[in-house]
Design a protein around this ligand. Structure first.
Ligand SMILES: Nc1ncnc2c1ncn2[C@@H]1O[C@H](COP(=O)(O)OP(=O)(O)O)[C@@H](O)[C@H]1O
Ligand SMILES: [Mg+2]
Length: 268
């Protein structure tokens, strides 16, 4: 069997792992810089330049991020990369030493609604079930969960999710968090959900919030305001237009999104 990848960049490049899912590396240059930043991997000068432009920081991180907040444009590859990070953490990190007997590490894919959460799940599922070796690691699956033999379970949940105690969380993907509904009983479900989940995060766990920017309120905005451009901050903020993250995006898609949603236009 292929040796385990040393890091996520190896995992998405190596033909024995997920290389086939990312066949044209030049299209993923900006996301590779992003991943280097999240996991504190060495950057070359081109990556460093992208990193500086997207984070407002100067020095590359020396330790992996605890949280990453990424206001980035539509169709920029956010959900795909977030799912890949989740898959990487599910399979290439051993959480068992932090787990009590019988306990499982949970990876949560959170989105505004089930339909959206399932998009992330589909990307993620492919990285397992379409991979000859990793397929064998799957112990059980439903439309909304994937159980692995290494005691990791990946679950979909929505923004109306009510935290129940007893979770040990290895990763949280908060997809399109700027659009999580505010019509629940609470004033700000996004912030409440994140606050409720944070204490369940295990040592080394990652919270990854990716979203098109929408308004100057809520946790995406707050974290941007507090953490953007701060060297050495374990909360990483990465802001970029779609075209920077995904050079394959057709101009019409950008124009159309801008027309439909003036708020997102500000980020393009
Ligand atoms: N850098 C990239 N290179 C090639 N294709 C990309 C890139 N980023 C995104 N894509 C493709 O664009 C589409 C949208 O990606 P997705 O992750 O769903 O975007 P988002 O969540 O940002 O709206 C997918 O088909 C994805 O494979
Ligand atoms: Mg998406």
């Amino acid at each position: 069997m292929t040796a385990l990848p040393g890091n996520i960049l190896e995992a998405i490049s190596h033909p024995g792992w997920w290389g086939a899912w990312f066949p044209r590396p030049d299209e993923w240059v900006a996301w590779r810089a992003f991943l280097s930043a999240v996991f504190a991997l060495p950057m070359d000068s081109a990556q460093l330049e992208i990193y500086r432009a997207c984070t407002g920081r100067t020095e590359p991180p020396t330790v992996p991020a605890r949280e990453v907040w990424a206001p980035t444009g539509r169709r920029g590859g956010k959900t795909r990369i977030a799912s890949t990070v989740a898959a990487h953490l599910a399979v290439f990190v051993d959480w068992r030493r932090h787990l009590a007997p019988g306990e499982r590490a949970t990876i949560m894919l959170l989105a505004a609604d089930r339909r959206q959460a399932r998009t992330a799940m589909r990307y993620l599922r492919s990285l397992f079930v379409d991979h000859q070796g990793l397929r064998k690691l799957v112990d059980g699956e439903t439309q909304e969960s994937l159980e692995l033999k290494n005691r990791v379970v990946i679950e979909v949940a929505t923004a109306s999710f009510k935290t129940t105690r007893g979770y040990s969380v290895a990763a949280i993907v908060a997809d399109e968090i700027a659009f999580w509904s505010v019509d629940e009983a609470s004033a700000n479900p996004a912030q409440e959900i994140i606050n409720a989940l944070r204490p369940a995060m295990m040592r080394g766990a990652l919270l990854m919030a990716v979203s098109s920017p929408y308004s100057r309120r809520g946790p995406l905005w707050e974290n941007y305001r507090r953490h953007y451009g701060k060297d050495g901050d374990p909360v990483l903020v990465w802001q970029a237009p779609s075209k920077v993250m995904n050079p394959t995006i057709p101009q019409e898609v950008i124009d159309e999104a801008t027309e439909l949603d003036p708020a997102s236009a500000a980020a393009e």
